[in-house]
Design a protein around this ligand. Sequence first.
Ligand SMILES: Nc1ncnc2c1ncn2[C@@H]1O[C@H](COP(=O)(O)OP(=O)(O)OP(=O)(O)O)[C@@H](O)[C@H]1O
Ligand SMILES: [Mg+2]
Length: 278
Amino acid sequence: MSINIKEVEKEFNHKRVLDKINLNIVDGEFFGLLGPSGAGKTTLIKILTGQLNPTSGCAEVFGCNSSGLTDQIYRNIGIVYEKSGLYDRLSCGDNLYIFARIYGIQKQRIYEVLNKVGLSDSINKPVQKLSTGMKQRLIIARAIMHKPKLLFLDEPTSGLDPVSANSIHNIISEMNKNGTTVFMTTHNMSEASKLCDNIALLDGGKIIEYGTPDNICFKYNKNKQVKVIFKNKTEIISLENLSEYLSKQKDKSHIEAIHSLEPNLEDVFIQLTGKRLV
Ligand SMILES: Nc1ncnc2c1ncn2[C@@H]1O[C@H](COP(=O)(O)OP(=O)(O)OP(=O)(O)O)[C@@H](O)[C@H]1O
Ligand SMILES: [Mg+2]
């Protein structure tokens, strides 16, 4: 088990920010924590990474209480924050070299990770000359240099264009396929649907829904309808009647597409909380 959270509560100045959070994340899982701004996502990451203590309850990372993580556990964790500091005037290579020295990582690994995140050509480029997407890839390169078994990503694609976001999805997805457990927060519903094995919807400090993205969407699929798109018209029919409906169509070549109309994650979230995620 990578993460085990039991009844975790967090208060700031008597204001409850996390309320009885229970979660298990198994080794190799890609987990997504979703929720509107102020829901408590970063606070939970800070508790799990030992930067904040819970007011009550207990969070364990690799079986170790997060309030007293050992160096050994820290060596198996990588963290990517929204605003992880990079040294602007230093090159990409030197930014990683500093980190490699601290962690006792071989210099060769700098070339490996820069290659992994597609920044090999920018090794000598100062960070201040990188685009936002390139900076974010460098931050990820730094977080994975020591080959962590567990990677925390706090809104890794926030503010990025779809192409940059996609290249980050590919990097973290490949890491996960190679066995790294991922704990990611995001406001991006399609990102969560695409990448996560399980997600939790956090609102007002409480987990209000949990499961696989598909199962959550199916759970709230009350109408069970499909949309049949023809070359010149569109029809909405019930899933139950689909097969009969199709058998009555004389010329099926006029059908362009059939879409199921279950809600997406964003629809579910709005339905549950009455709030938009962004
Ligand atoms: N150090 C702190 N002291 C006091 N209040 C805090 C502190 N850190 C966070 N909070 C409050 O806790 C709540 C949750 O904040 P948190 O940053 O965890 O939300 P979030 O879900 O990460 O939001 P976002 O999506 O905007 O990043 C907010 O109301 C915030 O103001
Ligand atoms: Mg946050």
